[in-house]
Design a protein around this ligand. Structure first.
Ligand SMILES: CC(C)(COP(=O)(O)OP(=O)(O)OC[C@H]1O[C@@H](n2cnc3c(N)ncnc32)[C@H](O)[C@@H]1OP(=O)(O)O)[C@@H](O)C(=O)NCCC(=O)NCCSC(=O)CCS(=O)O
Length: 376
């Protein structure tokens, strides 16, 4: 796909910001498990919180191709920050755009898209990940309220978010049609951050287990209709998967660029590593794989922008990009030799950060299920 001038400008603006403000801090944030609150403000000013949300609803008024470019650039600066921004855009803002009513759009979508609020998405539970419709959290109607009880697992921004979209069972006997979606402000009594996960990577983004203990929210916080929650969640994940693929490309690119620079500088056997054909071939493969993944993502994003169904294309893009990114980041370590395995060089951190792209918002096997269904 050939980028328009506007898309190039958006990409370049985010690249400057990410390289000046995120990349130089990423190693420290990783070590200190620092949540980059101040830099998120800068990203909000650039419109990164609600890229594809119309301007009148607080967003940047752009499209999914722009969102893919924005997320690639942020991820090339810092993987953890890109996850926070990715979840806020998709599934959170995308669900709000499609299913929230006008009052909810003013109350939640506008501040989320501006960056005045941060959003989280609560689908996964301790015993339910891929098999998402088997969730157990309940929402019981009580007069003008719903009362939520249950546990949600692996929630990005669970601690720092201002509001979460929560999927819960409202009708036990109705299976997939018994799940509903709700806005839950995180300062609601009964929204409890039970634990913060110690992860392999992405230390600048918090991942929390959330306990809902008699968490009472007004019935007006129901998103769409009762029973629509599972569909709402799956539709939000479609765009989310384009976002995760973009993040994978951004991290792979950062590792590739570090390896290329190192290969041009480091000498062995009387010449630079780059002059060894074995290393040059590896770098050529890495560059080709990154570009192939980027094109799959831009293709899925442009289908979404054209209003065409893109479940298969989003799944293909996420699958290919996340698997590619792990290989490329591993090759980047290999090119660095022993220095690739220590934290003095960025590739060690990026390898840890990128691994989760094969898992969250649908594992690689889930993507294959979705692709297989489309082929059937
Ligand atoms: C494994 C699954 C793919 C299985 O899906 P199902 O077979 O159970 O779902 P369906 O029956 O196909 O669909 C149900 C319903 O939803 C509609 N639907 C499906 N996809 C879309 C879409 N993209 N847009 C709109 N509507 C959609 C479909 O038409 C059906 O509607 P009707 O009944 O016909 O009206 C699935 O369970 C799956 O994807 N599992 C993986 C879950 C996952 O990715 N979990 C990670 C979540 S991330 C998280 O919670 C925390 C991390 S974070 O902070 O992001």
């Amino acid at each position: 796909m050939v980028l328009s001038e506007q898309h190039e400008m958006i990409r370049d603006a985010l690249r400057s910001y990410a390289q000046e403000r995120l990349a130089p801090n990423a190693a420290r944030w990783d070590k200190e498990h620092h949540f980059p609150k101040d830099e998120l403000k800068g990203l909000a000013e650039l419109g990164a919180f609600g890229v594809a949300v119309p301007e009148e609803l607080g967003g940047a008024g752009l499209d999914y191709v722009s969102l893919a470019l924005v997320l690639e650039e942020i991820a090339a600066g810092d993987g953890g920050t890109s996850t926070v921004i990715s979840v806020n855009n998709c599934p959170v803002c995308s669900i709000a755009m499609m299913y929230a009513n006008d009052e909810q759009k003013q109350r939640f979508l506008k501040p989320l898209a501006r960056g005045d609020m941060l959003g989280a998405f609560c689908l996964t539970e301790p015993h339910v990940g891929s098999d998402a419709s088997a969730l157990r959290t309940t929402a019981t109607r009580d007069g003008g309220d719903y009362v939520l009880n249950g546990v949600k697992q692996f929630i990005t921004s669970g601690k720092y978010a201002d509001v979460a979209i929560v999927m819960a069972v409202t009708d036990k006997g109705a299976g997939k049609k018994g799940i509903s979606a709700f806005w839950v402000p995180t300062n609601t009594p009964g929204y409890i951050v039970a634990r913060l996960e110690e992860k392999l990577g992405q230390h600048s983004s918090d991942t929390a287990q959330i306990l809902f203990e008699n968490c009472r929210i007004p019935a007006q916080n129901l998103i769409g209709e009762e029973g629509q929650g599972y569909k709402i969640a799956l539709s939000g994940l479609e765009g989310g998967r384009i976002g995760i693929g973009s993040q994978a490309v951004g991290m792979a690119r950062a590792a590739f660029e570090a390896a290329l620079a190192y290969a041009k500088e480091r000498t062995s056997f009387g010449k630079t590593l780059f002059e060894h054909q074995a290393v040059q071939f590896k770098l050529s493969d890495m560059a080709t794989q990154i570009e192939a993944a980027r094109q799959l993502i831009l293709h899925a994003a442009s289908m979404k922008d054209a209003g065409k169904p893109c479940l298969k294309e989003a799944a293909m893009a996420k699958l290919f990009a996340s698997e590619m990114a792990e290989r490329v980041c591993s090759d980047a370590i290999q090119i660095h030799g022993g220095y690739g395995y220590v934290s003095d060089f960025p590739v060690e951190r990026i390898y840890r950060d990128v691994r989760v792209c094969q898992i969250y918002e649908g594992t690689s096997d889930i993507q294959k299920i979705l692709i297989g269904r489309a082929l059937a």
